[in-house]
Write a protein that binds this ligand. Sequence first.
Ligand SMILES: Cc1cc2nc3c(=O)[nH]c(=O)nc-3n(C[C@H](O)[C@H](O)[C@H](O)COP(=O)(O)OP(=O)(O)OC[C@H]3O[C@@H](n4cnc5c(N)ncnc54)[C@H](O)[C@@H]3O)c2cc1C
Length: 430
Amino acid sequence: MTIGILGAGLTGLTLGSLIADCEILERNSECGGLCQSMEEEGFTFDCGGSHIIFSKDNEVLNFMLEKLGDNIVKRRRNTKILYNGNYVKYPFENGLSELPLQDNFECLKGFIEVLVNTKTKPVNFKDWLYSTFGNGIAEKYLVPYNEKIWNYDLSKMSTWWVEGRVPRPPVDDIIKSSLGIKTEGYTHQLNFYYPEEGGINALINSLERESKDKVIKNFDVKSITRENSGWIVSNGTERRRYELIIATQPIFEVVRAMEDVPAEIYNALNELKYNSLITVMLGLNVTHLNDFSWLYIPDVDCLAHRVAFPSNYSKCVAPEGKSAVVAEITYNNGDSTDRSSDEELITSTIEELHKKKIIDKDTVCFAKAKRAKYAYVVYDLNYEKNIAVLKRFLNRRGIHLVGRFAEFEYLNMDACVRNALDFVKELNND
Ligand SMILES: Cc1cc2nc3c(=O)[nH]c(=O)nc-3n(C[C@H](O)[C@H](O)[C@H](O)COP(=O)(O)OP(=O)(O)OC[C@H]3O[C@@H](n4cnc5c(N)ncnc54)[C@H](O)[C@@H]3O)c2cc1C
């Protein structure tokens, strides 16, 4: 039985490495999707945003590490939040003693207040931030930062997705953190891995090597139609026939390629919210810029919400005597960032990071920007209803969805690999 896998990002390639008789159709001339890296002038940048390898799931973590063999380095996270011009330990609630005393007090007080007050179930994400962390932590950091990264009204976002993603602090940690006793949060990511050479794309390369004869590049899936008991997938000129289809490409691309789609399905599809991302990749004439893994920037006077320092993951990502910096900016179709040219965004990012003393603009020796249309799923209040309608429809039609934008869920690399492993296990049991 030949299986057609649509999309050769991490999910498609993982599926391809596990399924003997399959083909992987990829729209682009390169595999990798969000995990692509770019090599230019001696620099290696992850161009779908800076990526690190971590997981609570040992089977999945080992799967990814085995693919990289010796090409791996292990690092301890040293991440900060730029708070009113000072660096505070991440997660914010583990860095309270680094705040001015009054701010520290307000954060602790707010947290105690939510512990002693009767709990009402939060009805939206903003409520959840207040009722989990208290006014101080919410107002000083979590609300402004999340408003920036999501580019969406937090009171119109659901709470459905937050568990396990936005760290929920133990009481002991908050008290210790406020007093200045060292604690760590989000510990499953405290130590992380990164390819020594080749950026995150090294993982893609390894998987692609395993599926070498199965990948068909430059195949933009434009139509998916039923024929007898199988499927015909076409790019407009070429037709491929499969017994079964696994779509890892965004759900939008899947539905739009299908025939006889009822209006209510298009309505649900058009209501799904997502964010796009522009990655500004900078090379600096600096041997050692700082010791940080990455920085979170809640300030509204700087477009980037996160700035990563991949030279601190692996020295190999920059030529001798230089450093690599990656700034990430979320945007939406038609907003002012979307309307700005790459050159304008590069210039403003360099200026803003210079003003915040993160880089010295005179040291910039390389700059490039790359856009990803589908970067973050936004869990608005209608998310659950709309995604259920879509998944029911695709399930009835016999199309299987695996991967971040196919399932339309906030899946990190480990969750994509997990879902691919589980899918193949189930397939083999049928
Ligand atoms: C800014 C950012 C930072 C991240 N950092 C991390 C991190 O540090 N650690 C981590 O674990 N995860 C991270 N992630 C998540 C990670 O990128 C994803 O989980 C993973 O890359 C998703 O892989 P995928 O194959 O499901 O989807 P994609 O990477 O989106 O792949 C889909 C593929 O389908 C192809 N395609 C689309 N349309 C068509 C079509 N019509 N025909 C054929 N092919 C098509 C695309 O070209 C693409 O190759 C990050 C994500 C973002 C946005």
